[in-house]
Each structure stands twice: as structure tokens, then as C-alpha cells.
Design a protein around this ligand. Sequence first.
Ligand code: G4P
Length: 525
Amino acid sequence: MKPESLAQEVAQRRTFAIISHPDAGKTTITEQMLLFGGVIRSAGTVKGKKSGNYATSDWMEIEKKRGISVTSSVMEFNYHDKHINILDTPGHEDFSEDTYRTLMAVDAAVMVIDSAKGIEAQTKKLFKVVKQRGIPIFTFMNKLDRDGREPLDLIGELEDLLQIEGCAMNWPMGSGKNLVGLYDLYHNQIELYHADQPQERFLPLDEQGHLPADHPLTHDSIYRQTLEEVGLIQAAGNPFDQAKIAQGEQTPVFFGSALTNFGVQTFLDEFIKMAPAPSAHQLVDGRQLAATDDQFSGFVFKIQANMNPKHRDRIAFVRIGSGEFEPGMDVTLQRTQKSLRLNNATEFMSDQRERVKKAVAGDIVGLYDTGNFQIGDTLYSGKTAIEYPALPQFTPELFMEVTAKNVMKQKSFHKGMQQLVQEGAVQLYRSYQTGDYILGAVGQLQFEVFKFRMQNEYNTEVIMKPIGSRIARWIDPEQLDPKMSSSRNLLVKDMADQPLFLFENQFAEHWFQEKYPQVKLTAKL
Ligand code: G4P
């Protein structure tokens, strides 16, 4: 591809993830966006919870049983002049490290909030990861067709709970049964919830932000109240600040109702204009690598095994950081310096996988893997070495002791364990005293998937004994005295042989700190 064409292609990319708490409406919004992109023809195809029509990306039996998707998938489509990649962040019981790692591969995040509930626990966790990356975050306050909390209250909560400024782009005119529309501050118009004709959907406002005096809505108390509220936020709210948005210090806030498809397109239209195209990445050697650099490079942010149960394949998900990907190209795997030919690649749609035709910086490609890749690996073409920074580790919160049921199966038990841990599905620890295996995960389902796959892929039945939710804290090996271990904590080693304590609860951690004030404990995140 010529440099100008590469630059043009990259500029069209918008790669983002939606962060939300379960049931806030992430799937519904995603579906609306896929409808606008022409990828699906009717809503309800991505997650047919009730209909039982599962998306073909739900590849595992266990997923089918539960009607949820175990690991993140990628949806891509064209909308207007943009090429959009939505990276799914599994959120229900399937919340996992994959969810977090996916956030390392996006250029922006969309935060969906249920306007009746406000900011919930999982949104907060995911927000923390996105905020650390300093990427733009766009907020969609959903379910306006129901009575929710006061909009001012919702915006205030962004600041109070997330320490991010909210800047209203539009303002609800009523809610629930009394929803009239959206007052669009950015375009100085009103978007009606119910318009008789499509061309009547938008009502232009005058320079003062008012409707013409003879418009029937001017007699409506909701309109007058909206003007008051809008006046208030214009006077006292956060002024729109593009630089702050770019750094994730301010979030543009849009209101709407995904279920009734109100405000979603307005949101998407603004989002694609305001969200960034892929930009330069800082490399380990300190260099800034432009997305438009003609040298291909990317990093593996997720590995998923056996997407097709008939074949024992693994797929490594690669976020392209620079240049263009071509099937059959030769690349270097930075960690091993091995040369590889990338023959077999796939790109992702919501409900089908296709062979890659063209992929550039910002896109995700899936590479069929026979065990070459690890999470965090860098791939690059050409001669100049490229290394992306390591992906952060996310501290597990749930732990299980695991043993093989049949002692004769030790060999396959260890093999399965090693491979699944390498994929990053679960974290492995060993008891300091006994050497017993302990698994750690961010979400409960990861254990079930682990058990299922050990049985199905490695023919090993495992016994898992929950040791519950624990707080993992690392300790400097120099400061460690194994006697510090007590009934309230469990001393283990991680895969890199680093010691850590798994505390029963916060109280146990505080008690430990009081007893050993000189000891420095650290959480990875
Ligand atoms: P999630 O992916 O964030 O978990 O949420 P999802 O889109 O599945 O939405 C959760 C529930 O909220 C669904 O109802 C969905 O129809 C509803 N919902 C989403 N957006 C809106 C909205 O704007 N207004 C209203 N009133 N409801 C909304 P459900 O009955 O649990 O889903 P389903 O069983 O019909 O799939």
C-alpha cells in the first residue's frame, strides 16, 4: 500500500470497547451500531438470550448452555467513511482478565450507564483500567425511556465516583412516559423522541438556544424546565475541552435509550468524529512508532483455544499497531527472534469469521497458532526490531486449590495446566509450604471453563476446592519470613517464583500490616 493510502486507511479506523455493568445495555447498543453498519438486519442477533439463537461466536458448549460469551470477540463494520472495530468486553459471570486486557488494545472507550442506577461496581473497575491508559472515554446514559435519576445527579456522580469531568453534549427533555426528546447543546437543536415524519425529527434552535415562539412545544413545561437546566449547566458545568477529552480527563456525556433506538445514532455520529484514529505507540526502547509507519507491527492481547471444537486450534488476537497486515507475510516474533510466515489469519465479524483481505493499524487480526504465541508478544515485519511494552497483570480475586482426580493422569494434568495458564485464562500459584497448585482468576466462570477444558482437551478430571475470595499482595522476598504465614493468610509463589500472601479479607491484611509495619506489600494493580 502506498504511504498516502495507508495514512488514509489508518485515519478511518475507530477501535474501541464498551465498558459497563451487566444489564446497563451494552449488547443493545452494540446491536444498534451493527444495524447502522449493515452487519445485522435485526436486533436480537448478537445475544438471543430468550430466543435461543446464539451467535456463532459463542463457540463453546459451556457458553451455549449459559447463553453468554466466554471470551471477548471483535466486531467490525463500516459506517459512513469510518471503519469501526468494537472489541467486546465480557461482563456477566464471564468477567475475566481478558476483559481487562482487551482494554489495552483499544484507542477509546464508551461507558454505558443505566440512568436509573448510575455508576455500578463493574463499570468502576473497568473505568480504572481505561483511566490509567489515558485514552478518551465517551459516556452514554442509557434507558431514558424509563424514569431514572436526575441528569445533573448522574453527571455529578462521574466526578464524585470516577474523578472525571462530565461535559453534557445533549440533555434529556423529560424521561420515561414523559420523554419528549433530547436538547442537543452541541448542534443547537432538539431531537424529538416521537416525530410524525423523519424530516421532523430535528428542530433547529435560534441563537439563544430557543424554539421559535410559535412552536407548540414552547408551552410545554418540560421544554421550559429543560431550558432552565441547560442554562444552569452552560453557566456552571464543565466547558467542552478537547485536550482534556483526549487524555481521558473529561468525558462527553450523551443521553438516550438504546432499546428504542433513541439517541444512539446521534451518539455514534459524534463519537466517530471525536474519537481518535490509531496513533503512535511508545515502544520499550523509548521510540514512538507511528501507526502509519510502513513497517507492520502488532501485539498479542488475547489467546483463545479451540474456537472450533472440531479442530484443536488456538487463535492469537493481534492488535495491529503500525503498518499493514498481509496474509502470508513474514514476521519476527520479538520474544524468540523466530521468523514466522503468517499464512492463516482471520478477521472478525459479529457472527462470522472471514479470511483477512486487508488490515491496517487499529484493526485486529486473529492468527491461527500452534503454540508459538504468548500474551503480550510483539510481531513485526522488516529489519528494525520493535517491542511493545508488556501488558499489565491483573490481580485475581478468586482462588481455588486444584488437583488431578486420577493420580495416573499427572502428565496430562501438568500439560493442560501449563498450556491454559500460558493462555492467560487463569493464574497459577503454588503453596509455599506444600507446593500444591492454586489457581487464581478475576471471575468465577474462568474456573468452570478451566475445568471443562481440562476434561475435554486434556482428558483430565480435576478436583477444585474453593478457597474463596482473597486479597493478593506481593512481598519483597528479602523481607519474607515464612513464619509470617498464619491461618488468616496463605503464602504462595507466583509463576515467576515471587512470594505473595493471599489474605482472607481486608481485616487480615490490616492485622498483618500492624504486626509487620516494616513490610511493604504491593498489589499489581
Ligand atoms: P448488557 O449487555 O449491558 O448486559 O445489557 P443488555 O443490552 O443485554 O440489556 C439488559 C436489559 O436492559 C435488557 O432487558 C434490555 O432489553 C434492556 N435495555 C437495554 N437498553 C434499554 C433501554 O434503553 N431502555 C430500556 N427500558 N431497557 C433497555 P432484558 O429483558 O433483561 O433482556 P432480554 O432478556 O430481552 O435480552
